[in-house]
Design a binder for this molecule. Structure first.
Ligand SMILES: Cc1ncc(COP(=O)(O)O)c(C=O)c1O
Length: 392
C-alpha cells in the first residue's frame, strides 16, 4: 500500500455531496444556508481589500520563527485594545492559519496514539487535525443547563482523561453552540489540567462576536497561568479575512514549562516558516479595520437571527456568540433525512447536527452570516418543509 494509514481509506463523496454535484451540473440554483466565507457573503467591506494589503512593499525578508516583532506587537495591541488583558509579544507565535496552529501544538505535545480531549458538539475539523498527527480524539460533552445554555460537563471530561491524554481543547465561544467558557469554567479547567499534567488549548477565533448583553464580557484564556495554556486566534474570523492567512498562538504557563514549550514551538515553526512576510508587514495597519468589519457582520447576524426568531420561534438569548444558529427538528425527522430532503426538493443546504457531533439527531445548523435575502428565502423553504401547516 502506497499511502499512510493516517488518511481515511475512502475519500469518495457521500450521498449528499453527490446529489449537490448533480444539482449543480444540472444548472440548479443552490440556496446555501451554511455560508461561512465572509469574502463572498455580500459584505461591503469585502468588495475592496483594506488599503494596507494593496500598499505593502516588503522586499526585505528576515525569517523569524516566532514571526515579525511588529506583527506580534500588533496582536498584543488587539488583546489590550479589546480589554481582554495584557500579553507579552514574546509569548506569541504567528502561524498561517488556526489549523496550522493546531498541527504545531499537536506536534509539540503528542506521540503517536496519544489522545486529546475535544468537545462534543463542536468544530468538525478536530477529528481530521488529530488524525493527521496520528493522535486519537476523545470526546467530552457540552450539555444544556436548565436555562438552555451549553456548559462543559466536567464529569464526562474527567471520566475521559486517561494515561494517553495530553491536552484538553476548548472552543471559546464554541462552534456551533455559541457558548462561551465562563471564568469559573476556565479556572476549573486550568486546575484539572495542572492536576493531570495536561495542556489546555483554547480556540478563540469567534471571541469578539458576542451576544452576551451589556452586563457580561467574554473571558479570554490569555490571562490563565495555572496550566500550560495555548490560546489560538487569527484574521480569518476577527477581520473576516481568511485569504490573508495570519493566525497566532499565545503561550502561557507556570515556571519553566512555558519556556520549554516556547523553545520547542519555535523549533517546529522554524522548520516551515509558513507565514507570509508581506502580511506580517501589513498586520498593524489591518487591525484598525476590526471595528467596521465586525459591526457589519454583527448587524447581518442580528437581522438573520430576528428573522429566525419570527419564523421558527427561536430564542436568540441562547446564542451567546459566534456565527451559527441551531434549529431543533420535530421528532418525526432526523437531521440527515432533513438535509437530504431539503437539498433534493428545494436545492437548499443546511448542516446536519451529527456533522458537529450532536448526540441526538434532531438539530440542524445554519450560518447567520448568510446574505439576508438568501437567508430569508431559505428559512421560509425550511419552515414549509418542517411545518407545512404553518407556512405562509
Ligand atoms: C472553531 C474554529 N477554529 C478555527 C477555524 C478555522 O480557522 P483558520 O481559517 O484560521 O484555520 C474555524 C473555521 O470555521 C473554526 O470554526
Amino acid at each position: 500500500m502506497f499511502f499512510s494509514s493516517r488518511l481515511p481509506e475512502c475519500l469518495d463523496p457521500n450521498e449528499f455531496t453527490k446529489t449537490l454535484e448533480e444539482k449543480k451540473a444540472a444548472g440548479a440554483t443552490i440556496l446555501d444556508l451554511t455560508h461561512a466565507n465572509p469574502t463572498t457573503a455580500g459584505f461591503a467591506f469585502a468588495t475592496t481589500l483594506p488599503t494596507p494589503l494593496c500598499n505593502v512593499t516588503a522586499s526585505h525578508y528576515e525569517p523569524s520563527a516566532l514571526g515579525m516583532k511588529a506583527a506580534r506587537n500588533a496582536v498584543r495591541g488587539y488583546y489590550q485594545n479589546n480589554d481582554y488583558g495584557l500579553v507579552d509579544s514574546d509569548d506569541l507565535l504567528l502561524t498561517a492559519s488556526t489549523s496550522e496552529a493546531y498541527s504545531f501544538i499537536l506536534k509539540l505535545l503528542t506521540d503517536p496514539d496519544d489522545e486529546i480531549l475535544i468537545p462534543a458538539p463542536s468544530y468538525p475539523l478536530f477529528d481530521i487535525l488529530a488524525m493527521l498527527e496520528n493522535v486519537r480524539p476523545s470526546r467530552y460533552m457540552l450539555r444544556q443547563d436548565n436555562s438552555g445554555h451549553w456548559r462543559i460537563d466536567f464529569k464526562s471530561l474527567e471520566q475521559e482523561i486517561s494515561r494517553q491524554t495530553r491536552a484538553i481543547v476548548v472552543v471559546n465561544p464554541n462552534n456551533p453552540t455559541g457558548s462561551y467558557m465562563t471564568a469559573e469554567e476556565l479556572q476549573k479547567l486550568s486546575e484539572l489540567c495542572q492536576r493531570h499534567e495536561l495542556a489546555l488549548i483554547v480556540d478563540e477565533v469567534f471571541l469578539d462576536y458576542e451576544n452576551l448583553g451589556d452586563s457580561a464580557k467574554p473571558c479570554s484564556a490569555i490571562t490563565s497561568k495555572t496550566a500550560l495554556t495555548f490560546t489560538l486566534s487569527g484574521f480569518s474570523k476577527i477581520l473576516a479575512l481568511p485569504q490573508v492567512k495570519l493566525s497566532w498562538i499565545h503561550i502561557q504557563g507556570p515556571g519553566t514549562v512555558k519556556a520549554m514549550a516556547k523553545q520547542r514551538l519555535e523549533f517546529i515553526a522554524d522548520t516551515y516558516l509558513s507565514v507570509n512576510g508581506m502580511i506580517q508587514h501589513a498586520a498593524s495597519a489591518l487591525f484598525p479595520y476590526q471595528g467596521d468589519i465586525q459591526q457589519e457582520i454583527l448587524a447581518r447576524i442580528r437581522t438573520n437571527e430576528i428573522l429566525l426568531q419570527a419564523q421558527m420561534g427561536l430564542d436568540p438569548c441562547l446564542r451567546e456568540g459566534g456565527w451559527y444558529a441551531l434549529i431543533k427538528l420535530p421528532d418525526t425527522i432526523t437531521d440527515e433525512q432533513c438535509c437530504l430532503d431539503l437539498l433534493k426538493e428545494s436545492s437548499l443546504i443546511v448542516h446536519p447536527g451529527f456533522f458537529y457531533d450532536f448526540m441526538e439527531n434532531n438539530r440542524i445548523v445554519v450560518s447567520l452570516i448568510t446574505p439576508e435575502e438568501d437567508f430569508r428565502r431559505g428559512i421560509i423553504l425550511l419552515k414549509k418543509y418542517l411545518h407545512p401547516q404553518h407556512a405562509e
